[in-house]
Structure formats: structure tokens, C-alpha cells
Design a protein. Structure first.
Length: 133
């Protein structure tokens, strides 16, 4: 991720970096956010396909987030695939004590495709709630 430093030095960008992912791409975004705390200060994870990952992946994500979530913001929403609820709830319980900047939202009653828009809007409102423009 050397390119990130180049971009920050040579372009007028924000002093923070967010990562966003939806569905199966949300699993990758969540892993990047968890494993590279120095690169990402916030994450918008919408309807991740948590049930597709194995136990070792979940354990590593849980541990990394618990250790590295302080002073970082996480928005994670649950989509409507029933198999994800168990993992969503476990992740929520596991990291809840690590950050007060995390929001876990249940969008399981919404249409799967609409969760991308709803989740992103809700996440942005939460992540930037303290900003005064």
C-alpha cells in the first residue's frame, strides 16, 4: 500500500481513509480494515457474506478488530441471508467493547439490493455525524 502515501502527499485528499464493501466484496473490505489499521480509519461493511468464510477467518477478524478498533469507525449491516445472522451477532458482541465508534445495523428485513443504498446512506450519516461543514 505504498501508493496510499504517494496519493496523500501529492493530492489534496482527506487525512483519513475509508473502505467500503457490499456482499462478498464486504468480506474482503472487512479483512483489509481489520488487518491494516494503519491504512483505514473507517469501514462501511454492507451485508457481508459472513457465512462464506471459515472459522479461522472469523477468529482472525474478531481478534484483529478487538485489538485495533479503538479510535476507528466501523459500520456493519446485516443483510437478509439467514446464515449470516449468527456471525453478525458474534462479531457485534466480540468487538462491542473495543470501540464506541461502531454501528451494527440489522437490515435483514429490507430487499437485498436496497441494502447497498440504505446501508451506505446510514453509514455516512453515522461516520460524519460529528463533522461541522
Amino acid at each position: 500500500m505504498r501508493w496510499l502515501g504517494y496519493i496523500r502527499v501529492n493530492f489534496n485528499v482527506a487525512s483519513f481513509t475509508l473502505i467500503e464493501g457490499f456482499s462478498t466484496a464486504a468480506n474482503k473490505a472487512l479483512a483489509l480494515f481489520a488487518n491494516y489499521p494503519q491504512h483505514y480509519q473507517g469501514a462501511i461493511i454492507i451485508s457481508p457474506a459472513l457465512e462464506l468464510a471459515d472459522t479461522a477467518w472469523h477468529d482472525k477478524i474478531n481478534q484483529s478488530l478487538k485489538q485495533n478498533l479503538a479510535n476507528r469507525a466501523l459500520y456493519l449491516s446485516l443483510g437478509n441471508f439467514a446464515g449470516n445472522r449468527l456471525y453478525f451477532t458474534a462479531l457485534q458482541k466480540y468487538v462491542s467493547s473495543a470501540s464506541n465508534h461502531s454501528v451494527f445495523e440489522d437490515l435483514s428485513q429490507k430487499n437485498y439490493l436496497s441494502t447497498a443504498v440504505l446501508g451506505f446512506n446510514n453509514a455516512v450519516e453515522h461516520l460524519f455525524a460529528d463533522c461541522k461543514f
